[in-house]
Write a protein that binds this ligand. Structure first.
Ligand code: PEP
Length: 259
């Protein structure tokens, strides 16, 4: 059975001191289980200091982004090559990158390629906006984002890839529209169908698919219970160690069929 992957995306919220404090709280409160893997995604600035403090038996580090060139005159950027050995995972194509920083399908493809080239497992974030959803374009968006992102990924590499389905309209909308797990199943099935079309049945079963979008300690179980859901990407709730710990606990209870 695959491990459930839970990623805490701290976004641009904590300076290094605050990030270190939160990591300490994680160490104190989160129970580690064999069948659950936890990755923490602080800002790029905090990756190095946190790597020294992090108990690697408990947590893995995840970058939030990096640049696709390995080196060169790219002022302000940090490359995947520079993150080699420091992080296990990197988010790529998060909707914030696509929306605020104009990342195109091709940029995401190049970043996925660069991550794999440098031995970092990409967590490819895909998902439709509200407008695209209202226009009935969800499948087309998933298709385009996924097939372009995977263009340079060989069948040898595909089984390691992680795909996070994050409908943009459901991100950080705790008070607003929240994705209904039943509706999400169609997207999950379609993602695996696409991987199957590109790489065959074995790859489509092996690839890990996560859900992300306003996940909290109350509804995480319903998302994880979706067929083919291998974990969650958690934003806002991961900034609260008690909530995040409860999310991990819920995942454990689901694995072990405890109410
Ligand atoms: C995210 O930004 O990846 C995310 C899932 O955020 P939130 O949990 O706050 O919706």
């Amino acid at each position: 059975m695959k491990k459930t992957l839970i990623i805490a995306n701290w976004k641009m919220n904590l300076d290094t001191h605050e990030a270190s404090t939160l990591l300490h709280r994680y160490h104190e409160t989160i129970q580690i289980h064999r069948d659950i893997e936890i990755a923490v995604a602080p800002s790029t600035l905090s990756l190095q200091p946190l790597s020294v403090e992090l108990d690697r038996r408990k947590f893995r580090l995840c970058a939030q982004d990096a640049y696709f060139k390995d080196e060169g005159p790219y002022t302000g950027e940090v490359s995947f090559a520079m993150l080699q050995g420091l992080v296990h995972y990197s988010l790529i194509g998060h909707s914030a990158r696509r929306v605020y920083f104009g990342e195109t399908l091709e940029t995401v493809r190049d970043k996925v390629t660069a991550a794999v080239r440098n031995g970092i497992t990409p967590v490819i974030c895909i998902g439709e906006t509200k407008q695209e959803r209202d226009d009935g374009e969800t499948k087309q968006v998933i298709h385009d984002q996924l097939t372009t992102a995977l263009s340079n990924i060989t069948s040898d590499d595909i089984e390691e890839i992680v795909i996070a389905y994050e409908p943009v309209w459901a991100i950080s909308t705790f008070e607003g529209e929240v994705a209904k797990p039943d509706d999400m199943q169609k997207a999950f099935d379609y993602i695996r169908f696409q991987v199957k079309e590109l790489y065959g049945a074995r790859a489509s079963e092996a690839v890990r698919v996560l859900y992300g979008g306003s996940v909290n300690e109350h509804d995480v179980r319903a998302y994880l219970a979706l067929s083919g859901c291998n974990g969650v990407l958690v934003g806002a709730a991961s900034l609260n160690y008690a909530k995040f710990s409860a999310i991990v606990d819920s995942a454990y209870r689901l694995h072990h069929q405890v109410e």
